[in-house]
Design a protein around this ligand. Structure first.
Ligand SMILES: C[S@@+](CC[C@H](N)C(=O)[O-])C[C@H]1O[C@@H](n2cnc3c(N)ncnc32)[C@H](O)[C@@H]1O
Length: 310
């Protein structure tokens, strides 16, 4: 039971992501994968990357990797405003944006909450709230945060929101149980909080060594190690450490939020995510949401939408 109020809940979420994002921003493989999540085609806007030329963008709950921001910069958008809680993320995001070649004064960074976005109404051409709303305290805050993003979006502008996997065996059953266990078992919590490539590879060495001792000579430890890098370790932390309300953010609920805020051209966004770790064996099932096994494992699949403000 989470007894924190919305502010305290947000601060603990922020602390979790500060660390995760520092690890991802410093890992070349992870950063490359995350940047590729944001192709101009993904957003399905008229004119593709050209649509962004000269546009004002906002990334709310931006975190401290800056992969989407650096892509928006590369598509020649005019400016961006990045918002997140507190200010610890600001130097980390500045550093990561500089490493990705983003011009110094292109992005204004503001401390603030998605529940009360420090941006004037109807001023932003492209608003992104990406992976933020599902980590809020409850459905009331999710609706409030969604409405705030809609408020700052200009008429004729586009609003992208990304939630997470919804239902199925993984998010409907397994992950909630794993998260409960994380909060009740200090040993499991310590394992996840400290997980790193070295400890995973050490475990693989033990498994392969023991297996070979007892006759399983065919285990390939090096191949196995190549499937578990930093990106995988942070993926586990991402799915286990913070609270998740992605089961509540069904396609129907999200479409309803866009409609209630006067958006049209509401489109669900998909796309194949090319991965280099163990998840590459699951990526085809993440992508093909209609496959029977995908539905069993992932329910409605990953939920992300874009809509146009009318
Ligand atoms: C999964 S991360 C996503 C970061 C970024 N949008 C991205 O896709 O890389 C979630 C982010 O939401 C931020 N967040 C959580 N609650 C928030 C709130 N009430 N207002 C603004 N940001 C919030 C966290 O601090 C964190 O940076």
């Amino acid at each position: 039971m989470n007894n924190k109020n919305s502010d305290e809940h947000g601060q603990s979420t922020r602390a979790i992501f500060q660390k995760q994002h520092e690890r991802l921003a410093a890992d070349g493989v992870a950063l490359e994968r995350i940047r590729k999540l944001y192709s101009a085609e993904k957003f399905q806007l008229p004119g593709g990357a050209d649509w962004f030329k000269g546009k004002n963008c906002a990334d709310i709950g931006c975190g401290n990797i800056g992969a989407l921001l650096s892509q928006l910069h590369s598509w020649e958008s005019k400016s961006a405003i990045a918002v997140d809680l507190g200010d610890e993320w600001i130097p980390a995001l500045k550093k990561s944006l500089a490493n990705q070649g983003t011009a110094k004064d292109w992005c204004q960074m503001r401390s603030g909450s998605v529940l009360d976005i420090p941006i004037e109404s109807n001023t932003i051409d492209f608003v992104s709230i990406n992976g933020v709303l599902i980590h809020l305290k409850n459905m009331g805050d999710i609706i409030k945060g969604f409405n705030e993003g809609a408020r700052i979006c200009k008429k004729g502008g586009y609003y992208f929101t990304c939630y997470g996997p919804c239902g199925g065996l993984m998010e409907g059953v397994i992950m909630p149980a794993v998260r409960n266990h994380y909060h009740s078992s200090p040993d499991f919590k310590a394992l996840i909080d400290n997980i790193c490539v070295e400890s995973v590879h050490e475990l693989i060495d033990k498994i392969v060594g023991d297996a070979k001792q007892y006759g399983n000579q065919d285990l390939d430890g090096e191949c196995l190690k190549s499937l578990f890098g930093t990106d995988f370790c942070v993926f586990l932390q991402d799915f286990i450490q913070p609270s998740w309300l992605s089961n509540e953010c069904t396609p129907e609920v999200v479409e309803g939020l866009y409609e209630a805020n006067g958006f049209t051209d509401i489109k669900r966004i998909g796309g194949f995510v090319k991965r280099s770790d163990i998840r590459k064996y699951f990526a085809p099932l993440h992508h093909d949401r209609d496959h029977n096994i995908s539905k069993i494992l992932y329910g409605s699949g990953y939920v992300q939408y874009i809509g146009k403000k009318s």
